[in-house]
Design a binder for this molecule. Structure first.
Ligand code: 5AD
Ligand code: SF4
Length: 460
């Protein structure tokens, strides 16, 4: 009997990449490979790369250098590079690192096992397509968790935010057919999945490229259809774009019992001047108005965001506007990023206006202080309440403690016997930190479906 080859995937970047990695794993397993436990016992190492922010290239070539020496000492070992950086750099990867066996792009994940087989016979191969060949979700997967799954509803992006490389590596926006999404989620539910996260770069424009005649499915239609599927207790989605975030989505979120009370609405900047230079298509007051409406409809809504600091030309006054919006928005948590030029994007050409790195770092500290304050206040307001949470696994710090996630996407740690990953539990919150909560186990629960709020959504 031949011993199966072992693969290991290292994933960089966003949930879209994590989801692609599950598909790559599923495809490799279909081809007879089995999962390795570390790079040291892997015959095939796949690097699923990201290029959205700084340093991705350095990290990739650093990691490749390490793999090169492993490959030299291990007969038959192969290295594959996929993902956004592969899509962007294409043949540069094999010209800089000739020992890489396979380079594949974001649109041809499905071809990865075939390319691997080909490379055994032919030596290094590369295949990068400019249009997608199959929805990642339509391929076999090896999911990380049994109770939770990602579902791609849209790929690519038709926006042109001046800082962003995504449209050039993920291509134009293509929505997946609603029937295919519903079918996939029904199958996931039969398989025991309780929580799904819908993935797209700009989920609110879902359906713009679909439909016949007068009928165009909207994102809100999709939420309602998925909410009706038995067995799915929780629906999350990421990310909406503020310019396309409309009352019908808010209404669907408020009505659908399984849609979590969590909104990740990327602000990027609180300065109207910078927002215009970024081509974001909204002003700070319009953004805040949408947030107000969402909170009015879902009083217990958790709100998170992405903010870029030091976009070219950002003055102290622009940054003060960002701080002011963050104060008003009272976020539950914020991902803050220092602007990094991505070659080929519009903002990367604004070299004369790049912000001094020390100034940007100082601004980041100031913003983080404001955000920590609101995050802590939001968490402290939950002390004494009983929260419904989905168990994710043992806590990273202490294996005797469980970590679970509430509908608002907050991490809760607690101790209990007889609890399993994927259980829904009730936990009384005892202590709040800015990034997590601690509580006392109350009991198990059968469904996360919260009472429908049914608050009418007025027009914007
Ligand atoms: N520099 C810094 N942050 C960026 N992001 C995207 N491109 C850049 C860049 N060039 C951030 C945005 C986006 C998140 C996923 O990454 O805030 O919402
Ligand atoms: Fe990038 Fe803007 Fe598209 Fe988001 S909406 S992926 S930030 S171009």
């Amino acid at each position: 009997m031949t011993v199966p080859r072992r693969y290991l995937i290292q994933t960089f970047g966003c949930q879209m990449n994590e989801h692609d990695s599950e598909r790559i794993a599923g495809l490799l397993e279909q081809d007879g490979l089995v999962a390795a436990t570390s790079v040291d016992d892997a015959d095939v190492v796949v690097l699923n790369t990201c290029c959205i922010r700084e340093n991705a290239d350095n990290r990739l070539y650093g990691q490749l250098g390490h793999l090169k020496s492993l490959k030299e000492s291990r007969d038959g070992m192969q290295i594959m590079v996929g993902g956004c950086l592969a899509q962007k750099d294409r043949d540069q990867i094999q010209s800089r690192a000739g020992y890489v066996d396979v380079v594949f792009g974001t649109h041809n994940v499905a071809s990865a096992p075939g390319l691997l087989r080909r490379s055994v016979l032919e030596g290094p191969v590369m295949e990068i397509l400019d249009e997608h060949e199959a929805y990642p979700s339509a391929l076999p997967a090896r999911r990380e968790a049994d109770h939770s799954a990602w579902v791609t509803i849209q790929i690519g992006c038709d926006n042109n935010c001046a800082f962003c490389i995504v449209p050039s590596v993920r291509g134009k926006e293509v929505s997946r057919r609603m029937g295919d999404i519903i079918h996939e989620v029904e199958e996931l539910a039969k398989d025991g999945v309780r929580e799904i996260t819908l993935l797209g770069q700009n989920v609110n424009s879902y359906g713009r490229d679909l439909g016949v005649g007068q009928y165009r499915p909207e994102f809100s239609d999709l939420l309602r259809a998925l909410d009706a599927i038995d067995g799915i207790d929780r629906i999350r989605y990421t990310s909406p774009h503020p310019k396309d975030f409309r009352p019908d989505t808010i209404a669907a979120m408020a009505e659908c019992a399984s849609v979590c009370e969590h909104l990740h609405l990327p602000l990027q900047s609180g300065s109207d001047r910078i927002l215009a230079r970024m081509h974001r298509g909204y002003t700070a007051s319009r953004y805040l108005e949408k947030l107000r409406l969402a909170r009015e409809s879902m009083p217990d809504l958790a709100v998170t965001t992405d903010i870029i600091i030091g976009f070219p030309g950002e003055t102290d006054e622009d940054f003060a506007a960002t701080l002011a919006v963050a104060e008003v928005a009272q976020y539950d948590s914020v991902y803050t990023f220092i602007y990094s030029p991505r070659p080929g994007t519009e903002a990367a050409t604004m070299i004369d206006e790049f912000v001094d790195p020390d100034v940007a770092a100082r601004r980041m500290e100031l913003l983080d202080e404001v955000v920590e304050r609101s995050a802590l206040a939001k968490h402290q307001a939950r002390v004494g309440r009983v929260e419904l949470a989905l168990v994710e696994g043992p806590s990273k710090k202490d294996p005797n403690v469980w970590s679970a996630r509430t509908g608002q996407n907050k991490l809760v740690h607690f101790s209990a016997d007889g609890v399993n990953i994927g259980d829904l539990v009730e936990v009384r919150i005892e202590y709040a930190a800015p990034h997590w909560l601690r509580g006392v186990f109350v009991g198990k629960h059968s469904s996360a479906r919260r009472a429908r709020t049914r608050i009418a959504v007025t027009a914007l």
